[in-house]
Design a protein around this ligand. Sequence first.
Ligand code: AMP
Ligand code: FE
Ligand code: FE
Ligand code: ZN
Length: 281
Amino acid sequence: MEIDLHVHSTASDGTDAPGEVIALAAAAGLDAVALTDHDTTAGWAEAAEAARRVGVILLPGAELSCHVGGTGVHVLAYLFDPRHPALLAQIERTRADRTQRARRMVRAIARDYPLTWDDVLEQVEDGATVGRPHIADAMVAKGLAASRDEAFATVLHNRSPYYLPHYAQDARRALGLIRAAGGVAVLAHPWAGRLSRRVGPEVIADLASAGLAGIEVDHPDQAEADRERLRALAGDLGLLVTGSSDYHGAGKSTPLGACTTAPEVFEAIVAAGHGSAVVRP
Ligand code: AMP
Ligand code: FE
Ligand code: FE
Ligand code: ZN
């Protein structure tokens, strides 16, 4: 079985519609895929319909923005109840602040570049979670950057003078909410990216004690040596090891299935999650 547990659609900052992502996953030979858009479950229904049609197993999920102290972390939540009130309130608060934060970033960028908030809104599907990639797409559309990558390298990176953070919930609290909502939590790409701040092993151990079920070890942006350290840490802590592509469509060069998850790990996640149902064709 080929299993990819982290993909994005136009419900957040991917470039393929949820149904398209699932159809592309089937065409790429994947047997199971998790749709994990940033801070939203808006793509679940369309993805489920497509999964039944094209014969792929769908694991409903989301990539939740969190922080530990001052450090941002992403938590992949699977199979949670999307209507759990306290979890939903955190997700909605994050989504609302992402929009305000993007507006403020665009206001700052607009002092130096001919870019408007309307230009950005043209890049966002109705109801989608807004992110820096949409600002990048607007810059590309206006001829201000050649690609998302170039827009991130010049204007949108974490240390840019235009960068602003957005609200994100405390990771330990998030883990409690995900479990209360029947979900399973996996720490997304903890050691991806050279420039961003990283959480140390002691923080990951603390998250394990707060209900974390796994670590995304095999991720295209994680170096081989770091993957081996994370694999060993997961072993020490009794955590599951997942692998996934973090596919964003045309927005990144990584293909679907670039990294994958072992079938027994997939089955362990499915067995532990009870807030929503796996979609089997
Ligand atoms: P945000 O969630 O608004 O802070 O934006 C971060 C998102 O931008 C990440 O989830 C990535 O999907 C995306 N991203 C980060 N760096 C790049 C890059 N160099 N090229 C394209 N997308 C990127
Ligand atoms: Fe993203
Ligand atoms: Fe992420
Ligand atoms: Zn992601």
